[in-house]
Design a protein around this ligand. Structure first.
Ligand SMILES: C[S@@+](CC[C@H](N)C(=O)[O-])C[C@H]1O[C@@H](n2cnc3c(N)ncnc32)[C@H](O)[C@@H]1O
Length: 499
């Protein structure tokens, strides 16, 4: 543990990942679903995005590579993170992203903080509940200074009461790990092993808690850097949503909605009896508290706005009708039901299938999809269409429908593929920069390898197999994944403007 880290893990780097909730278009869509005015940035809009606690900057770079007219700033206090991010951005030739090494506890009062321009969108992913009070206070001061009036902020954090049953597990993992090893990744491994032993020995607060059991089952395959940054920090405090909202109110930020889009729909989240209790309250804090009591939600992705301008239903629907989306699945793979916290939700095939078929031809406005003559269902509910299609990952927001792939995105994707291929597994999820989407599009590393081959000419399975050279016992599986990637994923990525 370093002296400058205020108890946060600084001796090993955090892993790299793309989290869609950090995308300005998802934040803006969440605002519209929450009946708050917000433009989805597109075209040549001069947007400034600020990411606080950006790690190695992968998410910030994806946004910069997808939106050459934007300016993106990432801040992190770990010099190893900032060095890696700057090197990666330079290799990819990105000139619209800046990485600042600074402590969020003090940045607001410093010259480096004063030089950061006002931000239209800010994201803090995986930071708030893992840092001490002094850092949270510094974050609020920075947001007060830097979020432009009308700007949006995404904050993710471990929440209560969902995390309640595992508070003991985290404490044990950290305390045991610290006593049994030196570096944080080794401490995480040792701590996990002690928790696992006690869980198997039927400790009342471990093995008998379904949440802890499920968590530990997931931890078995989680990257150790993730486990260390999640559990080995001196300060870790899951929070009630209302307490986070009260802190951010000091930066004049109002809670608006969840960036997990389906969570904004009561009917998808709660049973009719639970909804009846929620509906007793007008205060969104109370409504969210009731929801948090009902849902097994442990990580919240909240969107706040500085100066929320409320829309009436007609205004909200008009804005939503104008949102353009692109299909992110094969139209033949559209599921007809989805598992939701409230139970299984059925997707009416006479409504969703014609929409998926129309989107197979290219991105379309929600309003145009709802005007398709062949659909059967409600044509006046763009919120449901967008909430389901995007919230369930069947589609992506598309901000520049006619845009061809830009050189910045193509180069960033290529550089990233080469970097990841050295160390990561083929199934590893990645984001691919897309100017058309104005954001990253989710894929697997294998897709990136196929893309690379396509760039050099025709991609065929045999030459890809030679290039990847999987171990013999993996060959059949890799071949099947390549088939899927070539024949299903590539048409999707092409439609979404990745190449
Ligand atoms: C769990 S990681 C999340 C990284 C990135 N947002 C992501 O989701 O991939 C939290 C990050 O916050 C940074 N961090 C923690 N305390 C900080 C502080 N006081 N000032 C600046 N950065 C901090 C860490 O170095 C780390 O990169």
């Amino acid at each position: 543990m370093s002296a400058w880290g205020s108890g946060y893990v600084t001796d090993i780097a955090y892993m790299t990942g793309w989290y869609r909730q950090q995308s300005p278009s998802i934040m803006a869509l969440a605002c519209l679903l929450g009946s708050v005015s917000m433009s989805i940035p597109g075209g040549d809009d001069p947007v400034h995005v600020l990411e606080l606690g950006c790690g190695q900057g992968y998410g910030a770079m994806l946004l910069a590579a997808s939106n050459p007219t934007w300016r993106v700033t990432g801040v992190d206090f770990n010099p190893a993170h900032i060095a890696a991010a700057r090197e990666w951005a330079a290799e990819a030739g990105l000139t619209n992203v800046t990485f600042i090494e600074a402590d969020l506890a003090t940045l607001a009062g410093e010259e480096a903080g004063r030089r950061i321009p006002e931000a239209d969108f800010v994201s803090l992913h995986g930071v708030w509940s893992w840092v001490p009070q002094a850092v949270q206070d510094g974050i609020v001061r920075l947001l007060r200074d830097k979020v432009r009036p009308g700007g949006a902020v995404h904050v993710s954090y471990n929440c209560l009461p969902g995390w309640g049953p595992a508070i003991g597990m985290q404490r044990l993992l950290r305390e045991a790990g610290k006593r049994l090893a030196w570096r944080s990744d080794r401490q995480a491994e040792e701590g996990l092993s002690v928790v696992q032993s006690l869980l198997e020995a039927d400790a009342a607060h471990l093995g008998r808690s379904p949440f802890v059991k499920a968590l530990m089952a997931r931890m078995g395959s989680a990257p150790v850097a993730y486990v260390a940054h999640e559990y080995m920090n001196e300060q870790w405090k899951p929070c009630f949503m209302a307490d986070v909202a009260a802190s951010l109110a000091d930066a004049k930020l109002d809670w608006v909605a969840s960036a997990q889009l389906t969570e904004n729909f009561l009917a998808l989240s709660l049973t009719p009896e639970q909804q009846a209790v929620v509906r007793k309250f007008e205060d969104p804090m109370m409504r969210e508290l009731v929801k948090d009591m009902c849902l097994e939600r442990t990580l919240r992705h909240d969107v706040f706005v500085r100066g929320a301008r409320r829309l009436n239903n007609a205004g909200r629907d008009a804005a939503l009708m104008d949102v353009t989306i692109g299909l992110a699945i094969d139209p033949d793979d559209l599921p007809l039901e989805a598992t939701m916290p409230a139970g299984r939700a059925e997707l009416n095939p006479r409504f969703y299938q014609p929409i998926a078929r129309a989107l197979a031809g290219g991105p379309a406005r929600a309003g145009d999809l709802l005007a398709l003559p062949e659909i059967e269902g409600r044509r006046d509910n763009p919120a449901e269409l967008l909430g389901m299609m995007i919230g369930l990952d069947f589609a992506e927001v598309v901000t520049r429908p006619g845009a061809e792939p830009g050189p910045e995105g193509l180069r960033f994707n290529r550089v990233t593929g080469t970097r990841f291929a050295r160390t990561e597994s083929l199934g590893r999820s990645v984001g691919l920069a897309s100017r058309r989407a104005g954001s990253a599009v989710g894929a697997a590393l294998l897709d990136l390898i196929v893309l690379e081959q396509l760039r050099d000419g025709e991609a065929d399975i045999d030459s890809l197999m030679r290039r990847i050279a999987p171990p013999e016992d993996q060959a059949a599986k890799v071949r099947a994944s390549l088939q899927e990637s070539l024949h299903k994923r590539m048409p999707i990525l092409r439609r979404l403007g990745v190449f």
